[in-house]
Design a protein around this ligand. Sequence first.
Ligand SMILES: NC(=O)c1ccc[n+]([C@@H]2O[C@H](COP(=O)([O-])OP(=O)(O)OC[C@H]3O[C@@H](n4cnc5c(N)ncnc54)[C@H](OP(=O)(O)O)[C@@H]3O)[C@@H](O)[C@H]2O)c1
Length: 272
Amino acid sequence: MDKIKLSNEVNIPVIGFGVFKAELGEQTENAVKWAFESGYRHIDTAKIYGNEQSVGNAILNSGLSRKDIFLTTKLWNDDIRAGNVREAFYESLEKLQTDYVDLYLIHWPVNGYAEAWKVLEELYFEKKIKAIGVSNFHKNHLEDLDKVATIKPMINQIESHPMFNNQELIDYCQSQKITVQAWSPLGGNGTNIISNECLNEIGKKYNKSAAQVIIRWHLQRNVIPLPKSVNKERIKSNTEVFDFNLTYEDMMKINELNQFKRVGPDPDCFKF
Ligand SMILES: NC(=O)c1ccc[n+]([C@@H]2O[C@H](COP(=O)([O-])OP(=O)(O)OC[C@H]3O[C@@H](n4cnc5c(N)ncnc54)[C@H](OP(=O)(O)O)[C@@H]3O)[C@@H](O)[C@H]2O)c1
């Protein structure tokens, strides 16, 4: 798996494996095992997904060296509100059965995120986290954080897919040297983006599926997609995207599919 460098020179694999809605136990353990077998070395979980323990088990059982895996988890909203940042971080470490994470993210911009960020910075300086970042932050949240931060976030993980490409925010982040990760990169659960005719037509030229075309489109925008699957074949096929290049015209056609339609909550008005 190719890697790129974050602003602090830490290497990150260009595709991550998402485990949102993968069930604790066999389902997550198998999915992560198949992901490693398919070449992923970057796993994206979160406290709120409830499957950190299974991710940790899969890492231990993989036989891979911990340093060869890029592991992300996230600080949940209730812990930010309660000021339990350090405790929540150590709980995640325990479940993941590791003594550091590669990336720790503030999951949503709830009140208290600035205070939480200061604790993430401490943990970063203590070398418990290799890179720190945020998720679901809009430009106004990033500007606000900038007022108190000693370290700029290395990552912003946001919703992005062809129906909601979020390009303006991506351009802003990239101008600030903040690497962008795309959540619901394939449009998430229950959308039909991958049956879109235009994406399938483009795919036919390269003998690729619509999902592979979308993943390639993210990569060519310098965005790190985090496709999730619990299906062995789909997990593998989502990595088979390094043997073709979308043309400029293909990229433009996909950009034109944008309908400004989110599949997830709006970071400016969510209720959890
Ligand atoms: N930071 C945040 O707030 C946030 C929010 C949402 C998600 N995320 C992260 O982003 C990851 C991805 O987002 P997501 O899980 O919402 O959506 P996604 O990866 O866009 O889509 C997952 C859905 O697509 C299906 N799928 C996967 N590969 C496929 C393929 N090649 N062909 C057809 N269907 C395919 C999966 O089904 P099967 O499993 O049955 O294959 C699943 O239903 C999450 O797992 C999580 O790590 C973060």
